[in-house]
Design a protein around this ligand. Structure first.
Ligand SMILES: CN1CCC[C@H](Cn2ccc3ccc(-c4n[nH]c(N)c4C#N)cc32)C1
Length: 244
């Protein structure tokens, strides 16, 4: 998988060199390229924004630098993708976008080439989306959640982690991405490790649930499913709507 990120803050994406994603890059499972949108400006101040037409607060990102950046990234990616024919999915993190869910992460993990476009200020001139679509580029607007961030970079970090961990070979034990929250459609069951009895700093002796020490896998599996259903009903009843 190739991932390109266009941003005015490439340093925000430094965490993509760390941990699981960093190792996937070293192992050649993914190829990440960062692009500074300001490199596609031609004025002394490297201007990427201007006032909103029609009035309103804040600034809007100008279309010209984005068009130049996409022309460059699309050309460089086509040249480098394995069969040269991969067509990218361009993802704009956007609070007005479709919710980014585990299902969306699974779908994006199938893509050979993703381009993330990080907006800032009040957002990007609408004509950029229209222009890309008219060029036949697949475009998706995805929202990380129902709250307002200051730009797309934090969303790209989260989306990239959720997507890349599903790429075959990235996570050592594929089993560990099967039972987790949201993959099964339910919230994850409570987790415990050793010691079986922990005396917490307040002096309370806290035991691991007996069933987990029984070695009886069917009972353990039943207990875990019951706890998942219980906490999903309590914290996220919306996930249970429409289930059998
Ligand atoms: C006051 N205005 C309101 C509109 C957004 C402006 C900041 N901004 C500019 C580009 C941009 C991209 C994503 C997000 C964002 N916010 N929340 C999420 N779940 C996002 C996602 N994905 C936010 C962004 C600030």
């Amino acid at each position: 998988m190739r991932i390109d990120v266009i941003t005015i803050f490439p340093e925000y994406l430094a965490p993509l060199e760390l941990s699981l994603i960093g190792k996937a890059r070293k192992d050649g499972l993914i190829d990440v390229h960062l692009h500074n949108l300001r490199d596609y400006t031609h004025d002394r101040h490297r201007t990427v924004d201007d006032t909103p037409v029609g009035g309103g607060a804040g600034m809007v990102m100008k279309p010209e630098p984005w068009a130049e950046a996409f022309a460059n990234v699309l050309a460089s990616g086509k040249g480098e993708s394995d069969d040269g024919s991969a067509s990218p999915l361009v993802i704009f993190p956007n609070p007005a976008g479709e919710p980014f869910t585990q299902r969306a992460a699974e779908q994006r993990a199938e893509e050979p080439w993703l381009i993330f476009a990080c907006g800032r200020y009040e957002g990007i001139d609408e004509r950029v989306y229209e222009y890309l679509a008219d060029q036949g580029v697949r475009v998706a607007l995805s929202s990380l959640g129902d709250y307002v961030l200051n730009g797309g970079e934090v969303a790209v970090l989260a989306m990239t982690e959720a997507i890349v961990r599903l790429v075959p070979g990235v996570v050592g034990n594929p089993e560990s991405i099967v039972e987790e929250s949201h993959t099964s459609g339910l919230l994850e069951y409570p987790l415990y490790t050793k010691p079986a009895r922990w005396t917490s700093p307040d002096g309370v002796q806290r035991d691991v649930p007996e069933v987990l020490l029984s070695g009886h896998h069917a009972r353990i599996q039943k207990w875990r499913r019951e706890r998942s259903l219980e906490r999903t009903a309590e914290r996220r009843p919306d996930l249970l709507e429409g289930r059998e």
